[in-house]
Ligand binder design. Sequence first.
Ligand SMILES: Cc1ncc(COP(=O)(O)O)c(C=O)c1O
Length: 376
Amino acid sequence: MGIIEKYRKYLPVTDDTPVISLEEGNTPLIKADPIAEKIGEGYNVWLKYEGLNPTGSFKDRGMTMAVSKALEEGSRAIACASTGNTSASAAAYAVRAGMKCVVVIPEGNIAFGKLAQALIHGARVVPIKGNFDDALDIVKELTEKYPVTLVNSLNPFRIEGQKSGAFEICDRLGKAPDYHALPVGNAGNITAYWKGYTEYRDDGKIDTLPKMLGFQAAGACPIVTGKRVEKPETLATAIRIGNPASWKQAEKARDSSEGLIDMVTDDEIVGAYKFLASKVGVFAEPASAASVAGIFKKANEGYFPVPAPGQGKKDIVCVLTGHGLKDPDRAIKCIENPKLLMPILKRLSELREYDPGKRSDEVYSSCARRYGGPAA
Ligand SMILES: Cc1ncc(COP(=O)(O)O)c(C=O)c1O
């Protein structure tokens, strides 16, 4: 069941709304003890692994709503500017709805996996010389002049769909977490999560609200400095944004929740990215790791107090917004190149032929002895 069917009561849909769904949502909330150990005593850390949505990112939650409503309103085409994930999602949902899709992307600055998705789903991909903010200006103009629906997070239905992530977290924990950490780019997601939590509180589903902890990349942190960034730079291309469309709403989420919006360096992002993959077993794209890098940073600064005796453990949820496979190049760049084992492997197969009954570890050890490889 997709998020529209599951949370219909909280969404602006009627019986006449055609539901365009790829069964998005229902993503796992994974307990991450290796992260909790680094935060300090008295904390649980949970990862909302949004990379397991149908197109590999949280964008699908908003896209099912935006495309369903566009179709209901009679639109035959959608368009977006994108750092990659929105275009991948828009392209897939457009196929589902039988609509055309145009995506404008900053040339050379979107991860390969995301570009592949938009292309294979048949979207019209328009690369521009410029950054995401320039691409968004172009798409806004396009959708004002032509009968094409804008499906960036400026489209209010995107925010409506994305708030379902907050509902799922509360349904799973039986309450709101104490802290909710997430990467911030165009700031649609922090806006959406805060809306979701407050609506659940107003409906009596939860009693408390989390502190919202948003993290921007140091080279693209306009909300942190209060100044638009003309040339945003970060390896986390998904959050390489200098003038967030939902800037004001993000500040509201920060201030109403008594949370914060801070920045993390690319080194901190890569550190968290590698930690997630190698210590937790979860592969998320670099931008996603900003949430974990952020809580590591705040823990080092002593931000998380030890809970008072009898208070029980506090819960921190980090949203991992996109799958690691979206950006395989980054993974390869971050690791040591594997040693070339071909000469040994060739002889391994020869040995196997000679003695097929041998276990592979025995074969490896004898090869290593003969040819000077490392011990098994
Ligand atoms: C993987 C990933 N993380 C985070 C973000 C930032 O989300 P928002 O623009 O809603 O702040 C994006 C946006 O494209 C994204 O693709």
